[in-house]
Design a protein around this ligand. Structure first.
Ligand code: 5GP
Length: 207
């Protein structure tokens, strides 16, 4: 049987470059799988049901809450987002390492239910850098940008304290290297290595 996978929780204020880093990790680090969340928000641009998210309506999401189907869920900027328990459990049982791109509230819920999960907080290098990125990507209205900056400055950024690792994203390549190092270090932990170590020890005649 394959060893149980690891959950990597990634959170960041909107505009910190998290999506780019997640995309690079998925592309360049083998055996890493993206946990596809459920959301009640509408698809944006090229997004497809079952790839970036499972897009569902509010009544479906609320039924799933009532049926206890989420390991965590939260309302983020007026929409529900949640991670399905069954999806996560199946991937872990198959020995896959999972990336959960979730907000700070969801992250706290996962960490309390799965304390062995590894959490990473991605920080922008400064408030001004975050504002500049939100403005430059031209995705949100001025009002939405203001709302995101206010949330980041009043609540979100201080929650870095709840995370195992911090990556300050002032250089994309360096941040990617740091994140890959975190994943690799986790995979080298003794408990993860035990099955392979045992088979090596057998070659020495041991058990
Ligand atoms: P977006 O709508 O820009 O894709 O995501 C908005 C926020 O929702 C991001 O901070 C993202 O990390 C968070 N998010 C995405 N999926 C989930 C989820 O399953 N649970 C929680 N709690 N947050 C999520």
């Amino acid at each position: 049987m394959s060893e149980r996978g690891t959950v990597f929780i990634l959170s960041a204020p909107s505009g910190s470059g998290k999506s780019t880093l997640v995309a690079s990790l998925l592309q360049k680090v083998p055996n890493l799988v993206f946990s596809i969340s459920f959301t009640t928000r509408q698809p944006r641009g090229e997004e497809r049901h079952g790839r970036e998210y499972f897009f569902v309506d509010e009544s479906c999401f609320e039924r799933m809450i009532a049926d206890d189907q989420f390991i965590e869920y939260a309302k983020v900027f007026d929409h529900y987002y949640g991670t399905a328990r069954a999806y996560l459990e199946q991937a872990l049982a198959e020995g896959k390492d999972l990336i959960l791109d979730i907000d700070t509230e969801g992250a706290a819920q996962v960490k309390s239910k799965l304390p062995e999960s590894v959490s990473i907080f991605i920080m922008p290098p400064s408030y001004d850098a975050l504002r500049a990125r939100l403005e430059n990507r031209k995705q949100d209205s001025a009002e939405t940008i203001q709302k995101r900056l206010a949330w980041a400055g009043q609540k979100e950024i201080y929650r870095y304290r709840n995370y195992d690792f911090i990556v300050i994203n002032d250089d994309l390549e360096q941040s990617f290297d740091n994140m890959r190092s975190i994943v690799v270090a986790q995979r080298c932990r003794r408990d993860r290595m035990t099955p392979r170590v045992h088979s090596i020890i057998q070659t020495f005649g041991g058990k």
